[in-house]
Write a protein that binds this ligand. Structure first.
Ligand code: CA
Length: 225
C-alpha cells in the first residue's frame, strides 16, 4: 500500500513518514500544497493524508481539484483546527475522514487502515487477503497455500498485495513501478521482471495453484489453475 503525506510542519511530516515506513507502507511526503497536488494527481496512492493549512495551495483546494479531476483516492484531512465548519467543508468537498491534531498514532493508523479497506472490494479476514486457496498475511508477510508458507520481502509483498487486490485485472509494469517503487523513481521494467520471477519461485515453492501470468506487452495478472 502506498500513501501520500502532505504536511508542511516538517517535524510532524517526518515523524508520520517514519511511523508509516515502520508499518511497511510505501510513503511519499510533500511539504507544500502544490507538490502535494502534483503527486496526488498521479493517482497511484491508496490513501492521502492531507493537512489543511499549507503553503502554495491549501488542503481544501487540493481536495476540490482532485475530485474535479476524478481522483477518488480516500483522503484523511489532518488539521490543527477542530472547528465544525471546517470539518463539514472538508467532508462536503469529498474528504473521507477527518482527524484533528494532536492525535494518537494508533488512531491515525486505524483510520488509514479503515479507509484502505473501504476502498477495496476484497475480503480481508484474520489479516489475510485471499484468492482461491492462496492467502497473504498482511502482518507477517507470509504467503500461504494450504499447509505451505513462505515469507515475502517488502517489494514482493507489495506486488503480491496489489495483484491480490485486483485479481481479475491486468496490472501493467508502469503501474507496478509507480505504486511499488514510486512515481519519481528510476526503476525500470527489468526491476519488475526480477521481482515477478522471485514471486513465481516462491509460489512454486509452496505449490500454489494460483500463478502470475504474463500478458504480453501489457503486464501481469493472477491465474487460478
Ligand atoms: Ca499546516
Amino acid at each position: 500500500m502506498r500513501i501520500l503525506i502532505v504536511e508542511d510542519e516538517q517535524a510532524l511530516a517526518n515523524a508520520l513518514t517514519q511511523i508509516f515506513i515502520k508499518q511497511k507502507y510505501n510513503v511519499d511526503t510533500c511539504y507544500d500544497g502544490e507538490s502535494g497536488y502534483d503527486y496526488a494527481l498521479s493517482d497511484i496512492y491508496d490513501v492521502i493524508i492531507l493537512d489543511i493549512m499549507l503553503p502554495k495551495m491549501n488542503g481544501f483546494d487540493i481536495l476540490k481539484e482532485l475530485r474535479k479531476n476524478k481522483i477518488k483516492t480516500p483522503v484523511l484531512l489532518l488539521t490543527a483546527r477542530d472547528e465544525v465548519s471546517d470539518k463539514v467543508k472538508g467532508l462536503d468537498l469529498g474528504a473521507d475522514d477527518y482527524l484533528p491534531k494532536p492525535f494518537f498514532t494508533e488512531e491515525l493508523l486505524a483510520r488509514v487502515r479503515a479507509l484502505h479497506r473501504r476502498n477495496t472490494d476484497i475480503v480481508v479476514d484474520d489479516n489475510c487477503l485471499h484468492y482461491g486457496n492462496l492467502s497473504l498475511n498482511l502482518n507477517s508477510y507470509d504467503l500461504i497455500f494450504e499447509e505451505n508458507t513462505v515469507k515475502l520481502g517488502l517489494k514482493e509483498f507489495s506486488i503480491m498485495d496489489l495483484l491480490l487486490r485486483n485479481p481479475t485485472n491486468i496490472i501493467s509494469k508502469e503501474t507496478l513501478i509507480e505504486k511499488i517503487w514510486g512515481y519519481d523513481s528510476d526503476a525500470e521494467y527489468n526491476n519488475v521482471e526480477v521481482y515477478i520471477s522471485f514471486l513465481r519461485k516462491k509460489l512454486d515453492h509452496i505449490k500454489s495453484s494460483v500463478n502470475i501470468i504474463t500478458v504480453r506487452g501489457v503486464g501481469y495478472r493472477l491465474e487460478l489453475l
